[in-house]
Design a protein around this ligand. Sequence first.
Ligand code: PLP
Length: 388
Amino acid sequence: MGDVFRKVERKGSSSVKWDYHVQGDQVPFTIADSDYASPKCILNALTKRVKAGHFGYSKNGDDYLEAIKNWYHKKHACEIQSKWVLPTSNVLTACKIALESIGYRGDRVIIMPPVYSSFYNLLENLERKIVCCDLINDNEKYRIDFVKLEELFKRGNHILLLCSPHNPVGRVWRRDELEKLSELCAKYSVTIISDEIHSDFILGSNKFISMLEFNEVHRQLYVLSAPTKTFSLAGLLSAYLIVPDENNRNSCQKTLTRNCCSVVNILAATATKEAYTNPEAFEWVQKQNEHILKNYQTVKEYLAKYLPEAKLPEQEGTYVLWLNLKCLDKSSAEIVDLLAKGGVLVNSGKSYGADYDGYIRWCVACSQKQLKEGLKRFVRVLGAGKKR
Ligand SMILES: Cc1ncc(COP(=O)(O)O)c(C=O)c1O
């Protein structure tokens, strides 16, 4: 298994993570972008398609839509119809499309910090007003603040951008939590945009529940997802919206057409179909989750040994870890800077929410060797709990 998740050389490959962020011999644990190769069956399918030697106009036909439907069935035991699926380039585009189909500039959109930093940029660029309903942090166990959420709904905030599983705190929302959420949204006519891009990274005995399971309770639902994080394919660009309601879907399709972004390119579509239908790719995902869990445990062991005051939530899903380093009495910016000087790149907690100074985010979708090198450097810079 270690072999499967060995590091591939990414320097010199136009990688955002390795060619645009790194200086000298720094090791990056920043962008949620894995540092090992895609499954062999996908590489073979791509090679075969490249060998065909032509890349003319193509369409995402029934086989492509069926592949996504079958993945939701096989991976998540969730039944969807292939006609609900609308292809597009990436999840942030899908989110833009959903927002533009639902409403207008000036709309208030609820998010739950600490949350994926690009949600802030996207909403600001689209001139939406960000309304925060921070997660409740109960000693690094995060949960939804339903009381505050209901107050916000009562005050007329009618769009919720959900991150499920939640980047960066690693929560996999349970069925009872999502059921409560969908009932509350139905009661106040709140539209849910559920970003499920991390849904294939589910650790241990946790189970991913798609918001689509509550589609009968609440029809105002837009689910966004992609095979890109799961299978190391982000540079190819492949994503989709799943919109069960016909009127909403038609409106989304019009917005996609108006924005000229309603097609997944031929190589991305080839990779997506292979990823979602080949049993080898399915098994690879299971192994990847075991590998991520092992990496999480390695980080936990290092922290317990060298920086026991640091706090780390139980990791239920995703491949990003959320470290509370408030014990160091430093800002996130100072910690990020110290680590960068010591050869390790991580994300500042503050980019996920104003109140998260002293936190950092660490992506562990890498080989054990790379992780341990990063941890060795981390310990050299911040270890033994010293206040510097
Ligand atoms: C929750 C979440 N949504 C969306 C994205 C971006 O997806 P895409 O590259 O398909 O726009 C990320 C990437 O880190 C993410 O973590």
